[in-house]
Design a protein around this ligand. Sequence first.
Ligand SMILES: *[C@@H]1O[C@H](CO)[C@@H](O)[C@H](O)[C@H]1NC(C)=O
Ligand SMILES: *[C@@H]1O[C@H](CO)[C@@H](O)[C@H](O)[C@H]1NC(C)=O
Ligand SMILES: *[C@@H]1O[C@H](CO)[C@@H](O)[C@H](O)[C@H]1NC(C)=O
Ligand SMILES: *[C@@H]1O[C@H](CO)[C@@H](O)[C@H](O)[C@H]1NC(C)=O
Ligand SMILES: *[C@@H]1O[C@H](CO)[C@@H](O)[C@H](O)[C@H]1NC(C)=O
Ligand SMILES: *[C@@H]1O[C@H](CO)[C@@H](O)[C@H](O)[C@H]1NC(C)=O
Ligand SMILES: *[C@@H]1O[C@H](CO)[C@@H](O)[C@H](O)[C@H]1NC(C)=O
Length: 724
Amino acid sequence: MTQLSNTASTCENQWKMWLLEVFAVMYLAAVCVAQDNTASTQSTPPPTTVYVPPKPVLELKSGRPDVYTKEKVELECKISGSDWLITWQNNGTNVQSPDLSASGDGSVLTIASATTADSGNYVCLGKHKTRNVDTESSNSHSISVTEPPIPTLNRLSHWSDVFVGESVKFSCEVSNPDWTFTWYRDTTDLHKEGPQLHFTSVTKADQGQYACKVKLKSRAVYSEFSKPADLTVNENKPKPTVTRSLSFNPMYPGESITFTCAVGVSTGWEYVWYHNGKEIHSPSNDTYSIPSLAISNSGEYYCKAKRGETPFYTEKSDTLTLQVSEIPVPKLNNVTQWLDLFPTETAKLRCQMQGSDMWTFTWYRNTREVKADDTVNIENNGKTLSIKSASASHRGNYTCSGKLTDRSVGSNKSSKLMLHVYDAKPTAALMQDPKHNLMHTGDSVSFSCHISVSSGWGYLWEKDGRPLQASGNQLNISSVKKEDSGSYKCQVKRGKDELFKSEPSQVVELEVEERPQASLVLLTGWSEVFATDSLVLKCEVEDKTYTWNYTWFREEKLLNLTPSEKHIVTPQANPEQGHYTCQGIRNERPFYSRTSEPFKTKNLLLKRRVLLSISGCLFFGIIAVFLGCIACRVFRKPAADGKPEEPNLFLTMAQLKDSTNAPCPLVEYITDADLNPPQKEGEEDETVCSETTPLPVSTQEEQAVTTNSQGTTENGGGMVSFQH
Ligand SMILES: *[C@@H]1O[C@H](CO)[C@@H](O)[C@H](O)[C@H]1NC(C)=O
Ligand SMILES: *[C@@H]1O[C@H](CO)[C@@H](O)[C@H](O)[C@H]1NC(C)=O
Ligand SMILES: *[C@@H]1O[C@H](CO)[C@@H](O)[C@H](O)[C@H]1NC(C)=O
Ligand SMILES: *[C@@H]1O[C@H](CO)[C@@H](O)[C@H](O)[C@H]1NC(C)=O
Ligand SMILES: *[C@@H]1O[C@H](CO)[C@@H](O)[C@H](O)[C@H]1NC(C)=O
Ligand SMILES: *[C@@H]1O[C@H](CO)[C@@H](O)[C@H](O)[C@H]1NC(C)=O
Ligand SMILES: *[C@@H]1O[C@H](CO)[C@@H](O)[C@H](O)[C@H]1NC(C)=O
């Protein structure tokens, strides 16, 4: 692209000039040749003129041999004389382009915008316009054309998307210090210089594509754009999320936990961890691990992410609460009420951990682990231990410990429970109070069943092999009957689902006899009615096995007398008289008999006398009639022999004597026995016939000393009605 600058003004002028030059050259040449010829042909050589073409001189017009592309380079070739055509060579080859400009003669080579291809070694040569003469090559000038360096744009942070407020730094680099830097966003010159572009706090407006160029400090040489870098500015600060590896609450000492912090956007984050609001000084990883928790690790955790030198912090994450508690100690309890067992008995123990259901329990007997087997059940994750049939091997101190399901957390052992197993089943002891095997009806007896070991007992009673209704440890019979005779036994029991029974007690035999009956007899006979003023009563107990003393009662009240078989009732001493009973008593068992039937004595003597008088009158009346009849028979003529006698009408004395047993129909009809039943009032007075027969007294034997006086009052009433 050489360019020739032609400055010829007119064609005519050029032509004239050229002619002049040619003539001048020819003249000079002729002179020189002449001189040469003279010099060579003569001893004193004649002055000949040898034409020596001048050596061109190449000069660098633009000042510097090393340029950058697009710079201008000017070379000037100087040859004395003016009839030279100048040619240019680079690396020995002609510069092709004819556009060499030499101020009129092409002596100036101008490269207006250099390229790397223009580098090389330049020389120039002159060729005479008219004569076939060439000059030699000029001195050479080496021109080097280089591309300006393309700077490298670096983002000093490694993320392309930033957040409002974050600081951002770009740097532009070239190896050569001769360059200055210029900065562009979206190819717009920012008019900022320096090797770094620094935003301390970016705004949305700073978003764009950044690039830089370098400029030579001394000249206006500009490089191409660097590779661009995008900057995206997000308006909202990100909020990291925090998670933990184990979500159990509480956690226990020794467990490990890892918190993880994550910012969903962009990159280059470092993490800051906070515990109860204070920054944790630890490597700023996105995870925070506590390999072995302690109570002091309890609290609130959150994280923030940061990056950059300033640095830029994200929002803080949500807060996670970590609770680290002491490992609880399980509670061991007995479900069965008693901890001392008998062989074959059942028992149940329970191990519990307050608050949580996630525990599995292990059982120990005297520090050795207890495994489930034929006699021991361990159920419900070990919460209960059941002994199905106790034996001596189950004796010992039981403890339990808990382990958290799926976690490496084990508790200490619980407090212990001592379980005792007796060698043998217990035997109940049956006691009787009073202790007599033979009892009489009406006696009271109390059986009691005793067991001296353990507790929680219930009682089972048995008579003649059949269970009784009683359930307490005492069986009371306040008034025994004959049917209560039998053999008694008791047993103790306990347990709900599985009933455990002791060995039965020894057998206690009870025999109940009828209590002997007392009876009351009137000793005073009819013949004594007129001779005595008193009645004699006698008490008798039929049962002759025992000897008896007797007590007497009037109107149910004990007569305070010395005990005696007989009791005399006199109307003078006892004007009231009344209603007597008696009872046999003893110093030994049986202490008393049943009470006799009551006997009423009120005015009994008087009544008898009246009766006797009446019957006496009747008797003598009859005798008189009888005698009258005999007299009539004797003194009257016997009427007729055919007339039968009537011997049956009247008994003879002899006949009378013979038949003492039933002397009068009245007596047959009314007896003392009828007198006595107090219920039939109004009859008793008429009856007394065979007075010597002892009066059977039917008493209410059940009422011993204290009876109700209902019947007797009634009775007395009857008597009264008779009297009046
Ligand atoms: C001339 O030679 C130099 C070095 O040998 C080389 O760098 C340059 O490109 C050459 N120029 C041309 C136009 O061939
Ligand atoms: C940071 O976390 C990585 C895994 O994310 C882990 O390999 C590295 O050991 C952790 N550095 C520290 C100091 O905990
Ligand atoms: C467990 O028992 C050991 C030894 O008795 C004691 O030092 C420790 O504090 C106990 N741990 C708990 C959680 O009770
Ligand atoms: C556990 O045993 C004790 C002593 O033997 C007893 O007092 C307590 O009532 C029992 N507990 C239960 C729930 O039965
Ligand atoms: C069980 O504990 C008691 C004290 O509570 C102790 O006297 C007894 O020796 C212990 N039994 C065994 C077998 O360790
Ligand atoms: C049985 O009698 C005794 C006294 O002998 C008394 O203490 C006890 O309460 C009585 N028991 C019943 C069930 O009546
Ligand atoms: C009857 O009473 C007397 C005197 O109180 C006494 O000595 C005697 O042992 C008693 N007899 C009987 C069988 O109780």
